[in-house]
Ligand binder design. Structure first.
Ligand code: HEM
Length: 254
């Protein structure tokens, strides 16, 4: 069957930016791992201090890198079927949620073992909001886009909200991570931070990588010309689905 995407225009700059997003995402996760490994004693579940170190790494891997990649799949896999792309999108978000949950358990258990207060900082408020709305967005996505009983017009009217909150939650997660970086620096090296000590430079570099990752992903997502065009068979299928769920004739008024 003829595929419209095959005739889609070339996307100058897209490949470079998509590669840059992956390089930046990997770099920020690796740098967070190096920060925890070299300056904070590593990561382990049995000791409270080392258990905390799982928090930044899991949050960055889950709520930043994997969340960003889940948003990019529709731009990167333009010639794959919508169904496979949708499944990959849902799976990446699901994996991101599980990893972020491990990161949150790590910090809450650490606070409990050390008898530290919970949920007092701006970072923790933004963080719990980002995670809760991310979970809600995933559940709503599952219901609206994977449940066969949901009609075409309900799906179509929910889609713009889903797209907006997708980008917003990634940016909120990045802002939360920046607050977390700053908080950790102030807790651990406040006395030496102003002398530009190596750990402070690592933390600042991580912050810059987060900003750059957010900028590149948001740029890719907001280019209309880089959107995934529907394949010919998908156009036909969506008309069938509209007819099935709403009883309209494909030739009827739009
Ligand atoms: C999107 C990413 C992140 C989210 C959603 C998040 C969420 C949270 C939440 C909900 C808490 C409160 C735990 C409690 O009150 O017991 C917390 C604590 C903490 N997080 Fe994060 N975090 C993220 C990333 C980071 C990063 C990247 C760092 C550091 C590099 C970090 C450092 C901290 C620190 C130091 C605390 C303890 C102090 C506090 O409660 O504010 N976080 N985080």
């Amino acid at each position: 069957m003829e595929r419209l995407a095959a005739a889609a225009p070339r996307r100058p700059g897209f490949t470079c930016l998509a590669a840059a997003s992956q390089a930046l995402g990997l770099a920020l996760v690796l740098l967070a791992g190096a920060w925890m490994g070299v300056y904070r004693g590593g990561i382990a579940w049995h000791s409270p201090e080392l258990q905390f170190n799982a928090h930044p790494l899991c949050m960055l891997l889950g709520l930043v890198f994997l969340q960003g990649d889940a948003l990019l799949v529709y731009r990167i896999f333009r010639n794959e079927s919508k169904r496979s792309t949708k499944i990959l999108h849902g799976l990446l978000h699901g994996l991101a949620l599980v990893i972020a949950m491990v990161g949150l358990i790590a910090v809450f258990e650490y606070h409990k073992k050390k008898s530290f207060p919970n949920m007092y900082s701006l970072h923790s408020w933004c963080g719990i909001a980002a995670f809760s709305f991310y979970l809600l967005q995933w559940l709503l996505g599952l219901v609206f886009f994977f449940c066969p009983g949901v009609s075409f017009s309900v799906r179509s009217s929910y889609k713009p909200q889903h797209v907006f909150f997708g980008v917003f939650l990634l940016l909120l997660s990045i802002a939360t991570a920046l607050l977390g970086v700053l908080e950790l620096v102030l807790f651990k090296i406040s006395a030496s931070y102003s002398s530009l000590v190596p750990e402070g430079v690592v933390a600042n570099t991580l912050g810059l990588l987060l900003v750059a990752y957010g900028a590149v992903v948001a740029y890719i997502l907001t280019r209309d010309e880089w959107r995934r065009p529907p394949l010919a068979e998908e156009l036909a299928l969506s008309m069938d689905f509209k007819t099935l769920t709403e009883g309209e004739s494909p030739a009827g008024p739009r």
